[in-house]
Design a binder for this molecule. Sequence first.
Ligand code: GDP
Length: 428
Amino acid sequence: GPMGDGQSLHDSSSLQIFIKAKKKINDIFVEIEDYVLDSVTYVQSLQRERSIVNSDDAAKVESYIAKAKGIRDVLTRNHMKVAFFGRTSNGKSTVINAMLHDKILPSGIGHTTHCFLQVEGSESGESYLVTEDSTEKQNVKSIGQLAHALCKEKLGENQLVHIYWPKDKCVLLRDDVVFVDSPGIDVSPNLDEWIDRYCQDADVFVLVANAESTLMLTEKNFFHKVSTRLSKPNIFILNNRWDASATEPEFLDQVRAQHMERAVDFLVKELKVCTQKEAHERIFFVSAREALQARLQEQKGLPAHSENKTITHPYSGGLADGFHNRYFEFQDFERKFEDCISKSAVRTKFQQHSQQGKLIVADVRTVMDRTYDRAQQLRTEKAESKKELHEKLNFTEQQLLLLTQEMKDKIRQMVEDVEQKVSKALSE
Ligand code: GDP
């Protein structure tokens, strides 16, 4: 069935790499937080009773409570982000809708996206939007309402509107993918600002190009800017409206080869963001409109390719020739996209945090080592100055030594434990 497909795809989806890594690293930080809390309690108890831990060390260990918690907060908010760019009317909104299996974003004449729209999963299961300078949740039940809400807001092209959509309606949203639709790059003079505000943390960029024309200079320039600011951005190129090629089948292969060659050159030679081989896995010829139609059909339990009269096509009246190939290519794009975004997000979003986790643990251990040394030093000093009392060596001092030794062992174990988990998580 239509939902069944999504379900079975879901289990084997490479998006799960990100979801699992996120859960694992979060669990590790829960443990780190526990250990830090234990250490703080211990250090505080020592400080009250004797001056074995200096106040700098104590403060340092204490500061790690907030730090570990802060990292956990950032981790839970992390998601995979894909940003769509292209000239107006190339089909950005339609591509996003097709990937979401639903008409969520308004598209078509009169619905040009004037601002940035970020679509993400809603925890509560409600659908609503929130504009940048307000915390008010505006309910949106339908695409019509959404379009209306977006119109009445008088939004500037640099503004961001968050659209929250029920997670149970779309696998990609449930799996932590966030979609960003942008105003057409042909209409904006503020490309630099866009990149700084919306692209720094994007894992994947999708250029939605028009297969009926060649790549425009404005489209190329934008990605030149992106690649100077981000190191080796992941860029996919969708040659959309490929259904138009059905009207001229005799030129199909030739046109495709030409588009392919230019797009490969752009990624490999101009932007230098990938190899020739990789580029061929990043460039697709699709029809977002057909893909969306097919998915709406599937949602209703109808076959994707039925000769349905409600599918009006500007070129043939029905579905254009080659629909199956284009739909297959769209799905192929989605698979490669999922693989890419998940791996990229794991690398960029977790690696730095796991380094920080290691640092925290190692630092706490250093403090514990120092505490142990100082306790031992104190013991020797006392023993020397009071040789005659040697036999009656203070019982609590021995206790203290035992306690520090115990803590030291615990910390050592914790370091090994955490290191093992982090490197396991990273290597998976
Ligand atoms: P955007 O401005 O880039 O977001 O473009 P839209 O998604 O709003 O699409 C503009 C128009 O092009 C709409 O009327 C879509 O139905 C149509 N469109 C989008 N993708 C395709 C496609 O693959 N083939 C055809 N024939 N039309 C498309």
